[in-house]
Design a protein around this ligand. Structure first.
Ligand code: ADP
Ligand code: ADP
Length: 225
């Protein structure tokens, strides 16, 4: 039952003497199992919003709830634990470790999970590599994979931790449109079959159309269509 609630959130960045208001009084809610796009032009505040929901950064004002847990009241250790148990991340630049194989990239975050014994860890890596269609590419390093394959490794890595919510910051931005659509279709299938909530940002209209619901951000505010 992991609903996300963002309540009257402001985010300001200090740049020398200037203050950039990246988010201004943003409120939104994402229900369990949704497949939702955060849309808006470059610089509108999409990454900032995802980073706040993902507990990578903290709001200047306002509250964020992951389930019934209010994020700002947590210690850094509690936050790290919440992130590891509840959230998975996918980035536009894939963020794979270049010296590791696809298998090792998927396995890597699980090595830090005391609650996942080695057998279960290996079972999950194998399972998710199959699920994203990369069973035959387990021994390939990122440089030996196509862009779409790299993003599918990143998706397997995010899923292997069994997060309730996957946050994807422009997951198709570095892919051609055909590959981007196939990655989105994969995410949609996983949303349906694994019941994982997906929140992804995009400025691509064709990608937006694949969402169940679109939240539009413009100049740091949510705009009602
Ligand atoms: P988007 O993801 O929609 O491109 P961002 O959330 O990255 O938008 O950025 C929103 C605004 O906040 C932009 O004006 C951007 O320049 C600014 N910004 C983002 N991150 C920082 C930062 N770390 N320091 C200063 N300004 C930032
Ligand atoms: P995807 O839609 O999975 O991203 P692409 O259309 O990019 O796939 O590539 C088609 C196929 O070509 C891949 O499934 C893979 O077998 C092969 N391929 C592409 N680039 C590479 C590479 N750098 N190394 C190995 N195989 C590759």
């Amino acid at each position: 039952m992991t609903k996300v609630r963002v309540e009257h959130v402001w985010k300001e960045y200090k740049l020398g003497k200037q203050t950039v208001k990246a988010l201004r009084d943003v409120s939104m809610e994402v229900g369990d199992g949704e497949f939702i796009a955060i849309a808006g032009p470059s610089g509108s505040g999409k990454s900032t919003l995802l980073n706040l929901i993902g507990c990578i950064d903290t709001p200047s004002r306002g509250e964020i709830y992951i389930g019934d847990e209010e994020v700002s009241k947590k210690t850094p250790d509690q936050l790290a634990d919440l992130r590891a148990r509840t959230l998975g991340f996918i980035f536009q630049t894939f963020n794979l470790l270049p010296v590791l194989t696809a298998w090792e990239n998927v396995e890597y975050p699980l090595l830090y999970r005391k609650d996942i014994p080695p057998r279960e860890r290996r079972r999950r890596v194998a399972h998710y590599l199959v699920l994203v269609g990369l069973a035959d590419f387990a021994k390939h390093k990122p440089s030996e994979l196509s862009g779409g394959q790299r993003q599918r490794v990143a998706i397997a890595r995010a899923l292997a931790g069994h997060p309730a919510i996957i946050l994807a910051d422009e997951p198709t931005a570095n892919l051609d449109s055909k590959t981007g659509e196939s990655v989105l279709r994969l995410m949609k299938r996983l949303n349906r079959d694994e019941k994982t909530t997906f929140i992804f940002s995009t400025h691509d209209h064709r990608v937006m159309e694949m969402a169940e619901r679109v939240i539009t951000v413009s100049d740091g505010q949510i705009t009602v269509p």
